[in-house]
Design a binder for this molecule. Structure first.
Ligand code: GLN
Length: 497
């Protein structure tokens, strides 16, 4: 059993295709693992045992009938609880959607089902994806498998923790300001934010629509690429979906070569305020890139220093509008509907009871920033900063193929450390936010453990829009170099649960 859960997604699919393993065996091994460890980790909000086994049986039947199997057929996946799943609870980590059974599948869910991926269940997350530690979930926090007293990152901490504790070889996340990359960094896993519009948002509960992007999470670069290809591509149901083929990410992940590439180190994303062990591992990664044959130069992106401020105006503004739909009439919770109250009062009572503190804080901030008289000063200025950041990227990519930085300024911090200090929590996404504002693509992958605390550090690779394949090309090369150097993937170092 232990061996099955430690396989990569690519290996698992191969063994199922060759008949060495059945999809049911693989699914049962992961369900047993969930049973054994998830009480401690709390990666899942809902485990769909019956649904997963039914999907697995269907894969085995297909194979028995001699039908062709896709590259991820029978591979289990943990899905962030932000993607709708027909008939399976979808809470977005909020009380307001407790008990809601979506009547439809998100496009990503549909594509995964069509690819014969086995969906094990839905993972924990900060409420409405607002947060950096998964502590804003209405259903309690998730622990980091490296140290259960520490945060697994956020908002997609459940998905990252499921990977790092071998409860699933694949997971799905969404990244509005870093929620795929930051959890990947602090759990020693791989996470990719595709180019905006590269993966459909249809059926992905909206937080900040101009920033939200679904993407793949895995333990290896190749596995992330296989998942990226399965979920990516044009969707007529999403008006911001890109009408172009998915970049050749799997091919890039298989080739992994940086010879002759020009790589820029972002001057503004590093240095003072960064944990020494994070800086040390990042600098080692840069040295590895040089050894592998890349030319590394320093690049300045002067507007990045305003990214965090702009993000915390734009994201709350869009959320204040998006979350207006939770009005007690359409979905989920309804409080105070006893026949004596007006619809308006019921809406207010429901929102008061159903939303947590951080969600309310953002709705209030956003409503204020968008109000007449303040709109230009706040939202308007933030949009201008967004343009400046996009220009910084454009200029940088005139001279380099990709940019690199640490993914996060620190390793995983203790649960509870920042819950009462929203500003300290917001700083966690310093390095990831510029990419969401500009809409291009980025990956985080493990680059070692910080010597002072023995916890994983993430390397961020940033590519121009639509050049997602470059992330995988560089990521696979770095990953191979590190595995060679350490003798095994980084996760082998994680304590056994
Ligand atoms: N931590 C950031 C926030 O709280 C980003 C969240 C995300 O990417 N969903 O908004």
């Amino acid at each position: 059993m232990t061996d099955i859960i430690r396989l990569t997604a690519a290996q698992t699919a191969e063994k199922i295709a060759s008949g060495e393993l059945t999809a049911v065996e693989v699914t049962e091994a992961h369900l047993a693992r969930i049973e054994a460890v998830d009480e401690k980790v709390h990666a899942f909000l809902h485990v769909d045992r019956e649904g997963a086994l039914a999907q697995a049986r269907a894969v085995d039947a297909k194979r028995a009938a001699g039908e062709p199997l896709g590259p991820l057929a029978g591979v289990p996946l943990a899905m962030k609880d932000i993607f709708t799943t027909e008939g399976v609870p979808t809470t977005v980590g909020s009380k307001i959607l407790e008990g809601w059974l979506p009547p439809y599948d998100s496009t990503v869910t549909k594509r995964l089902k069509a690819a014969d991926v086995v969906i094990l269940g839905k993972t924990n997350m900060d409420e409405f994806a607002m947060g950096s530690s998964t502590e804003n979930s209405a259903y309690g926090p998730t622990g980091n498998p490296w140290d259960l007293t520490r945060i697994p990152g956020g908002s997609g901490g459940g998905s990252a923790a499921a990977l790092a504790s071998y409860q699933a070889p694949l997971a799905l996340g969404t990244d509005t300001g870093g929620s795929i990359r930051q959890p990947a960094a602090v759990t020693g896993t791989v996470g990719v934010k595709p180019t905006y519009g590269g993966v459909s948002r249809y059926g992905m509960v909206a937080f900040s629509s101009s920033l939200d992007q679904g993407g793949p999470c895995a333990r290896t670069v190749l596995d992330a690429a296989l998942l990226h290809e399965a979920i990516g591509g044009h969707d007529p149901m999403d008006s911001t979906s890109i009408d172009a083929p998915v970049p050749p990410v799997v091919e890039a992940a298989r080739s992994g070569d940086v010879r002759g590439m020009r790589i820029g180190v972002v001057k503004e994303l590093g240095g003072e305020g960064y944990q020494p062990g994070v800086v040390q591992r990042f600098e080692e990664s840069v040295a590895v890139l040089r050894e592998l044959g890349a030319e590394v130069v320093e690049i300045s992106c002067p507007s990045f220093v305003y990214a965090l401020a702009a993000y915390y105006l734009i994201a709350p503004s869009e959320c204040s509008s998006n979350l207006a739909r939770f009005d007690a009439m359409r979905y989920g919770m309804r409080v105070g509907d006893d026949g004596t109250r007006s619809a308006e009062d019921v809406t207010a009572l429901t929102r008061e009871a159903g939303f947590g503190a951080e969600v309310k804080r953002r709705i209030i901030l956003g409503t204020y920033a968008l109000s007449s008289g303040y709109y230009d000063a706040y939202y308007g200025s933030a949009q201008k900063v967004r343009t400046l950041i996009t220009r910084d990227f454009e200029k940088a990519f005139e001279s380099v193929d990709v940019l690199v930085s640490p993914t996060t300024p620190t390793t995983a911090f203790p649960l509870g450390e920042r819950v009462d200090d929203p500003l300290a929590m917001y700083l966690v996404d310093l390095c990831t936010i510029p990419v969401n504002l500009a809409g291009n693509a980025a990956m985080s992958l493990p680059c070692g453990l910080a010597p002072e605390d023995g916890l994983p550090v993430g390397l961020q690779i940033i590519a121009p829009a639509l050049k997602d394949d470059r992330l995988y090309r560089v990521g696979a090369a770095v990953e191979a170099a590190f595995v060679k150097k350490w003798g095994h993937p980084l996760l082998e170092e994680a304590p056994q649960l």
